[in-house]
Structures are given as C-alpha cells and as structure tokens.
Design a protein. Sequence first.
Lengths: 288, 298
Amino acid sequence: MKGTQSMHRPQKLGPRATQAAAFAALWAAAALVLLPVAAILGVMFVRGGRAISWEMLSSAEDGLLPAIVGTVTLVALTAVIAAPLGIAAAVYLREYAPRGPLVRLIRLAIVNLAGVPSVVYGLFGLAVFVTLLGFGRCLLAGACTLALLALPLVITASEEALRQVPERLRAASFALGATRWQTVRRIVLPNALPGIITGLILSVGRAAGETAPILFTAAFIALTKPFPSSVLDPIEALPFRLYYMATEAHGITEDAKWATAAVLVGLVLTINLVAVITRARLRGARRW
Amino acid sequence: MNTGARRVREWLIERAIQAAGAMAIVFVLAIFAFLLRDALPVFRETTVRELAAGRTWLPTAEPPKLGLLPLLLGSLYVTIGALLISVPLGVACAAFISEVAPRWMRETLKPAVEVLATIPSVVFGFLGLLLVGPWLAELLDLDVPLFAGLGSLMLAFMAMPMIVSLSEDAIRAVPMTLRENSLALGATQWQTIWRVVLPAGRSGIIAAALLGMGRAIGETMTVLMVTGNAAVIPLGLQGFLRPVRTMTATIAAEMGETAYNTPHYHALFAIGLLLFIITFAANTIADVVVRRSSRTSR
C-alpha cells in the first residue's frame, strides 16, 4: 500500500502507509507472542492425550499416581503454611499500616521476594529447613520452601482483594462503635474472601508447577515407597517426575513423557480454572 | 467477654498482624544471611580473583577449579538473547492490546497471555528438549540440538506475559489528554503511539524489561534442560548456537550430588548469592524507576 506523498518522496512512506505497515507489524507481534506457544502446547496435548490411559494414571508402580498424590499434598500443605502469613501481612499493609518508610520498605521486600530465582529458594530451603532445622529432604521442607515462594503472590492478591472492599463499609462499622479488629474480622475479611481465596489458589497453582525449589528439599523418584506416610517423608512430584523422565531416565517411552507433560499442564490449568470459577461463584453471591 | 480481656486479645492479634507484615523484610534478610553463611567459606579454597576471572569450572577436581566466568557469561548470553526477543515483541504486543486491538481481541488476548504465565518452566524445558530443539537444529543445520539460543528463545516466551502485562500497564497509565492533543495536531494514530505514548510510558517499559531480565537470569529448569550444559566460555554471535551452562543450571544440576560443607557446596552457594544480588539489584532499580515516574507524572 502506498500513500499519496510517496509519489513526491519515493524513499519515504507517507504517514498513512507507515501507519498501515506499523499496525500490520503490531498484529504480527501479537500473533507471534501467542501462536507458537499455542501450537507446541497443542502438539503436547494431542500426543500426551493419545498416550494417557487409566492404567498409567492410577498405577502406583510405574504410573503417575504417586507423583499426582505428591504434588497435590505438597500444594495443599504449601497453601496451609502460606495463607495465614500472607493474609495477615496483607491485612497489616491495607488496614493497619501507617504510610511511611516502614511500609515502603515492606513493599520493596515483597517485590524482591517475588523476584528471587526459584533455585535460590531451593538453596535457602536446603540450608534452613533440610539442614539447620533437621527436617531432612521431605514433604514439610518442600512445602515450607514453596510457601516462601508463594508468599509475595498471596500478599499481593490478598491486598488487592482487601482494596476492593468499599470504604463506606468500614466507616459504617466504625460508626457503630466497632474496633479496628472487629471491623477487619466481621466486615472486611468476609467481604474480601472471594478475592483472597482466588488469589491463594492462583499462587498455589504457580507453586504446583515449580521444580527447582523442591529439587533438593523434597522430591525423589519412588522406587520402594510410592506414598508418604508422614510430612517427614520425601515425595514424588509431577514437575520433578517430568524433569527426570525427560533427561535422566532410560527405557522410558516417548509416549509416557508426553503424557506426563500433558497431565502436569492439565493439573495446573485445572487449578487456575477452579480459581476463576470460585471467584465467579462467590462474587455472584455478594452484591454491594 | 469483658472489655479488659477483649482489649488484651485484640492487642495480641494486632501485634501478630504487625509481625506478619514485617515478615517479608525478615525473609529477604534471612535469605541473604543464609546464602552468605554458606557461601563465604568458599574463600578458604579460592580468591575473589579466581571466582570472577577463572576460566575453568571443575568443582570436583583436586584441587577444585572454581572459575565462575563461563557460567556468568553463559547466563548473560541466554538472558540477553531472551531480552532481545521478548522486549520488542512484548512491548509491541502490549501496544497492540491497549491501542490498536478491537475490543473482542483485547478480551481474548489478555487472558491468553495470563494462561501463558501459568505454564511451568519444566514444561517449557521439556518442549524445548523434545520438540523445538531438534526442529531448530535441523532447520539451522546444527550439530547439537541444545544451545544457548534455544534457551533464549524459550525464556523469551516465558518472560513474555510479565513484559506484556507490565508494559501494558505503563502504556495505559499515559494520560488520555496526551493522545488527544497529538491527534488534534493532525498526527496519525501510529505517530501518536510511536512519538507520544511509548516515550511517555518509557519508565514503565524500562521497569518491565528489568523485571523480565531478573526473571530470565533466574530461570532454572528450562535452561537446565535446553542449553546443553557445557561450561565453556561463549564467544561472538556463534556462541548463541553452541551449548552453554548458566549459573542457575549449575546449581540445579550439581547440588543434588554435592556433599555438605565441601568447597563445591560453598561454591554453589556463592553462585546462589551472586544470583540473589543480581536479581535484587534489577528488582530494586525497577521499583525505583516506576515510583519516580509515577511521582513526576502526577
């Protein structure tokens, strides 16, 4: 496409033609960001989906059941540890903290905590939970490490949920003579709950896919004991299993690898879907 | 409950909430302290000079050779490559979403980018290892299907959601009056985006790139699986097509088999400390840049 001005200045496109070219490039950029990944994920789901069988999912010996159980347990324990800390921190930042240098510092710390590489969390978990506190390589050490990683996400999401609660509800509560804590507990938290729960599920979904933090704190490949009997037992985990199958193991079929990848992504997407549905449900029940 | 008991109870609860609030600071300091504690003994074996300039990483040799240069350059190659792909593409995508895309398209693109962010890094590594690597190796006629550029490519797509959404925030924060003034002066929509909107949002975009860098340099599983893990010093543009080994991959691959309190163990913690310092700097600078710009624009 040529603009009218390009007749007079052949080396330069007119503004209209430039715009058309630039917009085409922007469309292409958006397509490039999404389509290749969509395509390879599509390949993965097709190949993995074909290979998945009930037997493979449910067998404890050479199936994925120990890894699925391990990941679900790990993620549940992570949520139990991260939720009270994260929500309390968000309540402090949103409902109590005076504006000032301390809050500024806390926010900077949260940003930095969110940016710490996952493998560094793994090192910290190894030094503190596995070695110093003597948990050993186990479910509990892995969950503590992952909780630390999920903490900044939980705080940020909970704070956002608290922000959504209208100020007039707080004002009304104070006007009735309620204390700050009564207001938080009876008015603010119940109203913010849908958002808090959604944020918690989403953060924990992130943790479900993490491999590096549990590499030296929790994960192993079960040869003798597929399921943990206490929080001090090591566990199998889907992401670790996928890593192991893809890189180290011999005699594993391509099909089994693809199936494992598909199950892991399926699990993570399911967790996210649950979060979205929870939000819709709980929000539908409440109207301001 | 009488008022006195309630007051005590509330006081306790509120102190607990306060403590939880300060927890983030405690954790950042604790991570730093423990990395430092387990990293410092490495200087019984080696010097800062050897760590920073040593060209050989042979931690299990006798005596161990603990040169971090190949690992540092490996991380640098993979990260710079990733940013060269993801920053232009991500900013373009963000500009598209907020300025150009029709409404229905915006409503589809944003969740799609969010879904992209949920894919675990080990899955990207897996797809690079089994699908993209062999395919690219054939296309480019390479000897090995695992190389630095493959890591860059996979990381670029992993960092993309963060770069797109932060740049979009930055672009959206540009006041509408600037756009209106530009259009009223006769500029086209594209001229407005290119000369007015993007420059006005540049600090947010720079912050997005910095955070993307922190993300890319700290990414572990993907690079461990797709960059070939050869601790050699990459050279020139060809370096992108050869195997490298990053700092994160070294920790992930070796810590499992390293005995407690050996020079090797301490060297791996030293790498962790270095990674922590790099990402801390990137995040703090990004935070300062964003804060300063939001203050001036008000």
